[in-house]
Each structure stands twice: as structure tokens, then as C-alpha cells.
Design a protein around this ligand. Structure first.
Ligand code: 3PG
Length: 213
């Protein structure tokens, strides 16, 4: 059983880092996204943690056809469907529930579910998923945990997220079962609030340079 579009693995490999974005002001969405794309990133995760998140996703999906827009912090089938309607191309969840597994066969867009333990990974693999957000990556065991997953679960591919920095990202990206990492360090709140897009482009450019060697 496969419940995840095989294209998702290719999407995760588009850029070494997926910026995890919490956008408070819709007006910041386009300049922020353009700054990140200017730096060479291709996939942006907009978390559903602000009341305007779906509006932000719709704005980016409409104006930036070359960007891959993901909806993050999706925890229910209803949010998954709303994200798809807004124009997100895939959804990211911090974990995985029975309701999400049951919705997967008829879901409008792929889901990258979160896992943190071997049992969660087994449940998700049984549910037909092959690509995972390893969350919260650093507190849940970091690179040592991912190396350990590689033995019993050689086909699982990960996007570790949570507590990763520009300094620690390379050690994750060096692992064969890591497609990319996620992180919020690319869009510091102070830079977004002050409209310092040049700083954000520089952070994105540095993140792109972390790509697989
Ligand atoms: C997430 O939502 O995926 C994480 O909170 C991002 O983690 P970070 O802020 O530690 O990068």
C-alpha cells in the first residue's frame, strides 16, 4: 500500500533546507518568500499557526508559481483539505493520527507526517508513508537516532526538523536517509519585522550551500 505520492521524495530533495515559516502579517508573505527564493531555496513551509496562514498560502501559491508551497503544522484532515484548497502542494504534520492515516488514500495533496520513535515509524510505514518529518529532531535523538533508524527501516526518508541550526544542519544532511532538513533559522523574527530581506536572502544562500556533497 502506498499512501504518499512518490513525487514527495523528489520534492524534498529540491533544496537542502525547508524554511519553517510563522508569518504574522500577510503583507510580509511575498517579500519574505521572494527573499528566500532569491537565495536559491525552492520549498517553503507555511505553518498553520497564525489566523492568516491559509490566506498567506493562497497569496504565495497565486504569485509564485515556481515555488513549492507546503502547509505546516497540519494536525487534522480538515486542515489538510483546507491547505489543499488554499493552494498548498503538500502538507506537513508534526505527528500522525489515525484520522490522518484514514484520510490519506483520498487526500488531495501528499502529507509528510511526523515521527519521533521506531513504533511511530512502523505505524506510519504500515499506513503507506515512506517520507517523514523527524520531529522534534534534536530533542528526539538527532543524528544518532536517524542513523539507528537506517538499520531496520532502510527505505524511510527523513526531513529532520526541530532544534536544527545552520551549524548542525550539515551533520544531518550527510546521512543517507536524510533528504533535507527543516528549520526556522532562515527567517528570524527581527529581520521579518524590520523588512531586512537582504539578511534573509543571505541566510537562504548559505543554507543552499549546505547541499549534499
Ligand atoms: C517546526 O515547527 O517544524 C519546528 O518548530 C521548527 O523548529 P525550529 O524552530 O527549531 O527550527
Amino acid at each position: 500500500m502506498r499512501n504518499q505520492n512518490p513525487m514527495l521524495a523528489q520534492v524534498l530533495r529540491l533544496s537542502p533546507v525547508i524554511p519553517v515559516l510563522v508569518i504574522e502579517r500577510t503583507a510580509d508573505a511575498l517579500p519574505l518568500a521572494r527573499a528566500l527564493l532569491e537565495g536559491g531555496l525552492k520549498v517553503l513551509e507555511i505553518t498553520l499557526r497564525t489566523p492568516n496562514a491559509l490566506e498567506v498560502i493562497a497569496t504565495l501559491a497565486n504569485h509564485l508559481p515556481n515555488a513549492m508551497i507546503a502547509a505546516g503544522t497540519v494536525t487534522t484532515p480538515q486542515q489538510w483539505e483546507a491547505a489543499a484548497r488554499a493552494g498548498a502542494q503538500f502538507a506537513v504534520a508534526p505527528g500522525l493520527t489515525t484520522a490522518l492515516i484514514e484520510r490519506a488514500p483520498s487526500a488531495p495533496i501528499p502529507l509528510l507526517p511526523g515521527v519521533a520513535t521506531a513504533s511511530e515509524l512502523m505505524t506510519a510505514l504500515d499506513g503507506g508513508f515512506e517520507c517523514f518529518k523527524f520531529f522534534p529532531a534534536q530533542p528526539a535523538g538527532g543524528t544518532a537516532m536517524l542513523k539507528a533508524f537506517g538499520g531496520p527501516f532502510p527505505d524511510a526518508l527523513f526531513c529532520p526538523t526541530g532544534g536544527i541550526t545552520a551549524d548542525t544542519a550539515p551533520s544531518f544532511l550527510a546521512l543517507p536517509n536524510v533528504a533535507c532538513v527543516g528549520g526556522s533559522w532562515l527567517a528570524p523574527a527581527s529581520a521579518v519585522q524590520s523588512g531586512d530581506w537582504a539578511t534573509i536572502t543571505a541566510l537562504a544562500r548559505a543554507a543552499v550551500s549546505l547541499g549534499h556533497t
